[in-house]
Design a protein around this ligand. Structure first.
Ligand code: ARG
Length: 281
């Protein structure tokens, strides 16, 4: 193909993509592409003071480096000494809890802020299925208690699961598809989608019982690699989801998929043990 015709082919491709996106976003007014904002993806800076329940999982031995800081996943404090995260974050090291440490109260990972606690035990949900990414849930038992206030977990009746309700996802993950991770904790507000919308996005991948989606049809805001295991906080202020997977990050029509906490609530609560605020009823 000559340069000229290749350029034309490229242009034709762009036009075709633009036309397709007009077709798919027709309901959402304009055809303008979403602004590409480099954060969580499409989010803003926040702090662990404002979100004390968010934690970073750090590699203890440098083997699991996502980047120089050794942060490889996120998590949520669900009791003073318990962290809820994703099974895909911990399954490889489930018998070696010395391989991970938890940073609490560290807004900027490049600092020594906050506490770093060792991990005593790792529980991975017995039904975790890596192919279907169902039961993507894990609980870490910390060696000490944290001073931070744990977050409560949502049950099936939680208002946060209502389609359209605004949820907040948090993490230190990539700030664009194939981009750079963030030194500073980021947050992004995302509407929870209906089962139908998520099934349309992922006809083979979405399992309504195991998953809940959040995001916008036009893309531009999402969680991304490195955010896994971190929180999706519902409008009622409880943990409704755990960052799990998605096709790319912030792609149009491809919502982020989160483990549905309410489905696994009883299993998680069993792991939280006594004296946990997260377990209070
Ligand atoms: N699996 C990723 C991780 O390990 C999280 C991906 C989330 N993707 C998304 N598009 N929301 O960090």
């Amino acid at each position: 193909m000559s340069k000229g015709s290749r350029r034309f082919a490229l242009l034709a491709g762009v036009v075709a993509v633009a036309a397709a996106s007009v077709a798919t976003t027709a309901a959402t007014a304009a055809a303008a592409p979403p602004p590409v904002t480099p954060f969580v993806v499409g989010g803003e800076d926040t702090t662990t003071q404002e979100n004390p329940f968010v934690v970073a999982l750090l590699s203890a031995d440098g083997q699991r480096l996502q980047d120089t800081r050794g942060q490889f996943c996120g998590g949520t404090l669900a009791a003073k000494n318990k962290v809820v995260t994703a099974a895909h974050c911990t399954v490889d090291i489930k018998d070696r809890p010395d391989q991970v440490q938890v940073a609490i109260g560290r807004t900027k990972l490049s600092t020594e802020e906050g506490q770093v606690l060792k991990v005593k035990a790792i529980w991975v949900h017995e039904q975790y299925d890596a192919d279907k990414t169902t039961a993507d849930v894990s609980v870490l038992t910390l060696e000490g208690d944290s001073d931070a206030k744990p977050m409560e977990l949502a049950d099936t009746s939680d208002e946060g699961y209502t389609p359209g309700a605004e949820a907040v996802a948090l993490g230190w993950g990539l700030t664009s598809d194939n981009g750079e991770p963030s030194d500073t904790l980021k947050k992004v507000t995302l509407p929870v989608t209906s089962d139908e919308a998520c099934k349309t996005a992922y006809p083979d991948g979405y399992v309504a019982e195991a998953h809940v989606c959040a995001g916008v049809q036009e893309g531009g805001k999402d969680t991304c690699q490195g955010d896994s295991g971190g929180p999706l906080v519902g409008s009622g202020g409880k943990l409704i989801g755990i960052v799990s997977w998605g096709e790319g990050c912030a792609q149009p029509g491809k919502y982020g998929v989160y483990s549905r906490v309410s489905t696994y609530l009883e299993d998680i609560k069993k792991q939280l043990g006594d004296g946990s605020e997260g377990q209070r009823r």
